[in-house]
Design a protein around this ligand. Structure first.
Ligand SMILES: Cc1cc2nc3c(=O)[nH]c(=O)nc-3n(C[C@H](O)[C@H](O)[C@H](O)COP(=O)(O)OP(=O)(O)OC[C@H]3O[C@@H](n4cnc5c(N)ncnc54)[C@H](O)[C@@H]3O)c2cc1C
Length: 298
């Protein structure tokens, strides 16, 4: 709760820090009425931050002598860690960079760190059960569970539209635990006209490759009356929600609540901030990164 308050409470101040650096604001709103914040272009923002930070060295580093902020992006790209902590019914597809394999987590654990709550949780999207790549991460995401009837391959309706959270994270996590980590989104005619931000449900369906779009008559179970469209989706992980235990100064904690000397964690290496739901991973990275830097500096 304290970490959630920290991220929510410091987000605006953190934006105020980076805008004068020259970070181009694409939109003063997120485009989602359930959230607050600004929209930045990630690549342009990265350029600005790299220029402002001076020389950036890539590669391995010896991490014991200097104050260190871990920010390796969690462990979504490690099938072994995902299997161990999240326990999906089948391997989750990766909807993120392939390098976040839990290096921050293992480094801190070796130095006596504790893990947070929420290790079995993740943020992701239900994606078409088809080939897709990085350019499709947003474009092809099937983000209309709230307007669909949701069945697993055995024909069991395992989630009702009313249960789907605003971010749809809970339906993705539930899909991960159904056979094949797979589900069918079934739509009635009137659902196709519903809007999700700037697109209609029909447009989101059209963004799925044809092999994921199933004729209702060809489903492996009998479709409910009124179904006009069915899309086969798979659970895909974007980032982990559990990670290292940290305090409000972003210090990495041991199980007894004391801080590990010289070690901080930011972004989704820090765990538990959004356990039980979803909060912006970018906000978590920005606010905890600044909190860690300030703690080191002062
Ligand atoms: C398609 C997509 C859309 C998204 N949309 C949003 C959104 O609208 N809003 C939002 O809040 N979040 C969004 N996210 C999530 C957001 O990008 C992440 O939550 C955020 O980037 C996490 O920040 P981070 O610094 O923890 O990790 P990352 O940004 O993942 O950075 C971690 C970096 O560490 C590197 N790394 C890993 N291991 C090592 C190592 N051993 N040595 C050196 N480097 C290493 C990785 O290569 C990576 O570059 C989106 C993600 C995706 C994929």
């Amino acid at each position: 709760m304290g970490l959630q308050r920290l991220v929510g409470g410091r987000l605006d101040r953190s934006h105020d820090w980076r805008v004068p650096l020259g970070a181009p604001v694409v939109c003063e709103e997120t485009g989602n009425p359930a959230t607050v914040g600004k929209r930045f272009d990630p690549a342009a923002l990265l350029d600005v931050l790299v220029k402002a930070s001076g020389p950036v060295a890539l590669g391995s580093a010896h991490l014991h002598d200097e104050p260190t902020i871990l920010c390796t992006g969690g462990f979504a790209a490690s099938p072994e860690l995902v299997e161990h902590h999240i326990r999906p019914a089948a391997r989750l597809r990766l909807r993120a960079n392939p390098w976040s394999t839990g290096d921050g987590l293992s480094h801190a654990l070796a130095r006596g760190a504790a893990t947070s709550v929420g290790l079995a949780e993740f943020y992701g999207r239900n994606m078409p059960d088809a080939e897709w790549g990085e350019a499709d991460f947003v474009r092809a995401a099937q983000l209309y569970g709230r307007h669909a009837r949701i069945f697993d391959e055995d024909g069991r309706e395992f989630f009702t539209a009313g249960e789907v959270s605003w971010s749809e994270t809970n339906v993705v996590q539930a899909t991960a635990r159904r056979p094949g980590a797979r589900a069918y989104y079934l739509l009635e005619k009137q659902a196709l006209a519903e809007r999700i931000r700037e697109r209609t449900v029909a447009e989101l369906v059209a963004a799925a490759p044809p092999e994921a779009r199933v004729d209702p008559a060809d489903l492996p179970f009998e479709a409910p009356a009124g179904t006009v469209v069915a899309v086969r989706v798979v659970a895909a992980i974007t980032h982990t929600i559990g990670g290292l235990a940290v305090d409000e100064r972003a210090r990495v904690l041991r199980a007894d609540g004391t801080a590990v000397d010289g070690l901080w964690a930011a972004g989704v290496d820090a765990g538990g901030v959004a356990a039980g739901g979803y909060a912006s991973g970018l906000a978590q990275a920005l606010v905890l990164g600044l909190a860690a830097a300030e703690d080191i500096a002062y």
